[in-house]
Design a protein around this ligand. Structure first.
Ligand code: DX5
Ligand code: ZN
Length: 213
């Protein structure tokens, strides 16, 4: 299991220290939540703060857009040279075009699904993407309770992926802890995003290690 700490749960006034702590603790990438106050009822930090991260560490960045009209945000964050950019299927009328735009920037495109969204809409786009992000809470906030039906969704998605694009990875985001990580692994999860579970613990090395099942 690869582990991506969500910096949404970091202390933004001590961001450098918090980022270093999870990088030194052995995480695989940093998950960055971008919100616009429209697609989700919250805001996070913008590119002028985030562009400092690549100067701090070469760790791969994984950007999760929770915004309306993602195209202009892709341009705004492309300078960070992230490994992944995830776009919500619910926010895009022209998802295929957006995916091509991300790919053209040499960034791996991913599609995110809200908890109520069925995997069926991925059928004809799965061959064009490198990752699916299954939201296991309603997006917008850290520290929420894991939605159990996400396990069934990941099981079904794994089956679809094996048939249509076996190289596509599955990422889950929200409410992930050491108590549900094994069930997620058995369902077919590749990358666990965890915010509060990692950042609320003093020993972040132990927290990350407990998710690497
Ligand atoms: C929620 C974000 C998540 C969030 C996860 O909208 O997408 O990345 O930070 O936080 P936890 O792990 O605390 O549920
Ligand atoms: Zn996220």
């Amino acid at each position: 299991m690869k582990v991506a700490p969500s910096i949404l749960s970091a202390n933004f006034l001590r961001l450098e220290e918090d980022i270093k702590s999870v990088v030194e603790a052995g995480c695989d990438m940093l998950h960055i939540d971008v919100m616009d106050g429209h697609f989700v009822p919250n805001l996070t930090i913008g590119p002028c703060v985030l562009e400092q991260i690549p100067l701090l560490t070469p760790i791969p960045l994984d950007i999760h857009f929770m915004v309306e009209g993602v195209e202009k945000f892709i341009d705004m964050y492309a300078g960070l040279k992230p490994k992944y950019m995830s776009v919500h299927i619910e926010s895009e009328r022209h998802l295929h075009r957006v995916i091509q735009k991300i790919r053209a920037l040499d960034i791996s495109p991913a599609v995110a699904l809200n908890p109520h969204t069925s995997i069926e809409g991925l059928k004809y786009i799965l061959g064009d993407i490198d990752m699916v992000l299954v939201m296991s809470v309603n997006p917008g906030f850290g520290g929420q309770k894991f939605i159990e039906s996400s396990i069934e969704k990941i099981t079904d998605l794994k089956e679809m992926i094996e048939k249509r694009n076996p190289n596509c990875l599955i990422q889950a985001d929200g409410g992930i802890t050491d108590s549900n990580i094994l069930a997620l692994k058995n369902a077919g999860l590749d990358i666990a995003v965890a915010g509060s579970f990692i950042f609320k613990q003093i020993n972040r090395k132990e927290a990350i290690a407990s998710l690497k099942v």
